[in-house]
Design a protein around this ligand. Structure first.
Ligand code: ASP
Length: 346
């Protein structure tokens, strides 16, 4: 038995309670799926933003994009419906878009000023905040698979260029010649080494990067992004997509985000993490947080968009360009595919 006088005991108990309370406030919040399982799932994907206009896009081309978005959505959603993880759903959707030459990711990616393809990708697990990313890869057929492998099979978060290629080889990932990624459309239309150093891409640019964010039945979020970067980029240039917090971010405490647009501005605005911070520390709903982040990128002088998803399955897809290729499956199971429309949330 404690034989301290009662006022001292009460005081000690208060001190212990205060210390415990203070400690609890300082402990970082790690929100695991099992803290709040949800039976609902959701998946949102994008295929890039840009100066898209319904008047200038042929019906056939528009239909081709819609079909490609639906295919990627189907692959990712099948994973979720089978009880698979948000990470697997993100990877499945992105792998599908990496194979489709319509998008600026893996096969069909834009060319550097030297006429080669250099790929960037990242993936992030919202439950653990584990992440994997790579930049400047020239031979890995599916960069998103390499990002996943970096996250799961290495101690590191990010690999660049030769180191990333060597790690991919060591992990037995499929490697291809750089030519595999270069399509005739890219060769003829883009990637000619400019006579002068490339200028900053203007608002006419199309950013065909691909990304996905998912919520699984366990209540976990994940995000991923894969890209060839921006057209005529200098070789060695790194965009926002593989930078955790800039083009890709996921945390169960707030949301999962994937960005597309002028990467330089998304890096400077730490865009993806800004959406999460506006929710976590500012108490904003995901739609407002995402829209304000795009507004801030515009104030910096950049254009683009984000897809964002919270643990309740709320979806936001704001953009400041003429359009953004995007599609999603709501928690209620309904599918939406959009290209132009408003840049407002959803
Ligand atoms: N954000 C990408 C980059 O700057 C480009 C894109 O979204 O298409 O590398």
């Amino acid at each position: 038995m404690c034989d301290l006088p009662i006022p001292v005991r009460v005081h000690s108990a208060l001190v212990v309670a205060a210390v415990l309370l203070g400690w609890a406030c300082l402990v970082p919040v790690t929100v695991q799926g099992q803290d709040g399982p949800s039976a609902e799932t959701a998946l949102v994907i994008h295929g890039g933003a840009g100066s898209l206009s319904a008047d200038e896009m042929s019906d056939d081309r528009e239909e081709a994009y819609r079909t490609a978005l639906r295919a990627a959505l189907r692959e990712g959603n099948a994973v979720l419906q089978d009880g698979g993880s948000a990470l697997d759903a993100v990877q499945a959707a992105i792998t599908t878009m990496e194979t489709d030459t319509l998008f600026n990711a893996a096969r069909g990616a834009v060319l550097t000023s030297e006429g080669t393809v250099e790929l960037d990708a990242a993936i992030m697990d919202g439950a653990t905040r584990n992440a994997g990313a790579l930049t400047g890869v020239k031979t890995v057929r599916h960069p998103i698979r390499l990002a996943r492998s970096i996250m799961e099979d290495s101690y590191h978060v990010m690999f660049a260029q030769d180191g990333a290629e060597a790690f991919a080889k060591q992990q037995g990932l499929e490697l291809v010649e750089n030519d595999y990624f270069i399509t005739e459309a890219r060769r003829s239309g883009q990637g000619q080494a400019p006579a002068d150093p490339p200028e900053a891409p203007g608002p006419d640019e199309k950013y065909g990067t691909v990304g996905a964010v998912a919520l699984d039945a366990g209540g976990n979020l994940a995000a991923g992004t894969s890209t060839g970067g921006i057209s005529d980029k200098e070789f060695g240039r790194v965009g926002d997509s593989p930078i955790i917090g800039a083009g890709t971010y996921a945390h169960n405490a707030s949301c999962a985000v994937s960005a597309t647009g002028q990467g330089e501005f998304f890096i400077r605005g730490v865009a993806a993490h800004s959406v999460a911070s506006r929710m976590r520390f500012g108490g904003l709903p995901v739609g407002t947080a995402a829209q304000r982040t795009i507004d801030e990128i515009e104030e910096l002088g950049g254009v683009g968009g984000v897809i964002a998803l919270d643990r309740e399955g709320n979806i936001a897809t704001p953009f400041s360009t003429g359009g953004m290729f995007r599609a999603y499956v709501d928690p209620d199971g309904s599918t939406t595919v959009r290209i132009f429309d408003t840049g407002a949330a959803k």
